[in-house]
Design a protein around this ligand. Structure first.
Ligand SMILES: Nc1nc2c(ncn2[C@@H]2O[C@H](COP(=O)(O)OP(=O)(O)OP(=O)(O)O)[C@@H](O)[C@H]2O)c(=O)[nH]1
Ligand SMILES: [Mg+2]
Length: 447
């Protein structure tokens, strides 16, 4: 596992939470200090560490755990969320026809990573070809050819060629019709003007869907400024961080790149062609923290939050407040799984006309309702009965539907409102629903 040391220090901190008799200020301060130390040891930038831990502390002190979640679980969740945030966005290379241009400085792992990427796409059943447009080092040709041969993917190169643009152009022609074409480029010791000019010229003929920057994790925090400079110079859509195996500075590289918001798509974890791992910040942090327990914990948290929202909504509706705002929330939450959905299905209105056979149709219709409501103004949502027929065509245009769809929504609302009103007036039915809701664990006592 990469970043073994960071992972074990973080898990050690989490174990302290699990083992404590209760979560108090002193414990939180201690945990935050532990995390601080662990991040600094992994070479994460001091300022960034302070920012992370300040946020951790603030949230752990100020946020109340959602009902159904213990303070202990809540703190673990906050730690997880804040660490995920540091690593930036998740981006996945699509499995579609595309051209990829690899860029980076000398020795960062561009060529090796092309072999790994080609293998990745090949395993997914896509046709891949590679182009040796690093015309600076003659050895680059042989290196890429050897990699391509080893996994039997088409290769294009010109051993004597000195013009990267020409080679790239000829390569695209030779590999025309191949699903995925990956183009190598030459490096430099630093991001110099002639490298920028060369990459730009190559990019102009390649027209890449992805420009992937390859960064060596052993450069540590320097990876951040490097990513930024490359992005400003030639536009980078994704980053691959290599050599995370055995680099104690990996945390510095990952977090520094994460801060630039350039998405890391893969990490290199060895010299072999299979040593490439998909990079997904939530999964990566989950792995560091010992995901097994965490997954169910996070699910539980989401369910607790949904259940709280559903409960608040049920109370509002039962007390007679039912505008399009409530209907929107109800429909939106019906799309979720778990106890929240069960609860809302018991409420009159939208859900009770959902028979099993009609589920698909109904769901499509409900989704369209949400789109329509997104085109309504706040006051139309609050007072749907005042929506004039002149508004209907505007709303329909905004939502990209026919006016009759908007009218159908309004009719649906009116029927739901009547059902709820009738329900509220019928004490026996009301009581029965309350019983059902309470049996499903909803607390309606303080209505
Ligand atoms: N341990 C380890 N070594 C790697 C990894 N990726 C690349 N390397 C090694 O790093 C060295 C440089 O890799 P190259 O792929 O030649 O780097 P490059 O960016 O193409 O370099 P230039 O073509 O000189 O600009 C090679 O010895 C690779 O085996 C990795 O993820 N882990
Ligand atoms: Mg190379």
């Amino acid at each position: 596992m990469v970043l073994e040391k960071l992972g074990s220090s973080l898990r050690e901190a989490l174990r302290k939470i699990a083992g404590a008799s209760h979560v108090d200020e002193a414990l939180i301060k201690e945990i935050v200090r532990d995390i601080q130390r662990a991040l600094l040891q992994a070479d994460v930038n001091v300022e960034l560490v302070l920012r992370i831990t300040r946020r951790l502390e603030k949230r752990a002190f100020e946020e109340k755990p959602p009902s159904g979640m213990s303070p202990r679980e809540h703190v673990v969740r906050i730690i997880y969320e804040e660490l995920v945030k540091v690593l930036g966005n998740t981006h996945e290379l699509p499995l579609t026809k595309q051209r990829i241009l690899m860029v980076g400085l000398y020795g960062q792992g561009k060529t090796t990573t092309i072999g790994k990427l080609a293998r990745h796409f090949q395993k997914k059943g896509l046709g891949v070809g590679v182009v040796a447009a690093d015309t600076h080092r003659p050895a680059a040709y042989d290196q890429l050819k050897q990699l391509a041969d080893s996994i039997k993917v088409p290769f294009y190169g010109d051993r004597e060629g000195r013009d990267a643009v020409k080679v790239a152009k000829a390569g695209l022609k030779a590999l025309d019709g191949t699903d995925i074409v990956i183009v190598d480029s030459s490096g430099r010791h630093a991001l110099e003007a002639d490298l920028i000019a060369e990459i730009k010229a190559v990019a102009k003929v390649v027209q890449p869907n992805e420009t992937i920057l390859v960064l060596d994790a052993t450069t540590g925090q320097q990876a951040g400024p490097q990513a930024k400079a490359f992005h400003e110079a030639v536009g980078v859509t994704a980053v691959i961080v290599t050599k995370l195996d055995g680099s104690a500075k990996g945390g510095g590289a990952l977090s520094a790149v994460g801060e630039t918001k350039a998405p890391i798509v893969f990490i290199g974890v060895g010299e072999k062609i299979e040593d490439l791992e998909k990079f997904d910040p939530p999964r990566f942090i989950g792995g560091l923290l010992g995901m097994g327990d965490l997954e169910s914990l996070l699910e539980k948290a989401q369910e607790a939050i949904d259940a709280e929202r559903a409960e608040a909504l049920a109370k509002k509706v039962m007390s007679g407040k039912f505008t399009l705002h409530e209907m929107y929330e109800q429909i939106e939450m019906l799309g979720k799984m778990g106890p929240a959905q069960k609860l809302l299905r018991m409420l009159p209105g939208v859900a009770d006309r959902m028979k099993d056979g009609e589920l698909d149709d109904t769901q499509r219709k409900l989704r369209r309702f949400l789109v329509i409501m997104d085109s309504m103004t706040d006051s139309e949502m609050s007072d749907p009965r005042a929506v004039k027929s002149t508004h209907v065509s505007r709303i329909a245009r905004g939502a990209g539907v026919a006016p009759r769809d908007v009218k159908e929504l309004l009719k649906h609302y009116e029927m739901s409102r009547k059902a709820i009103k009738g329900f509220g007036g019928n004490r026996k039915m009301r009581k029965q629903l309350m019983k059902q809701l309470e049996a499903s664990g909803v607390n309606l006592s303080e209505q």
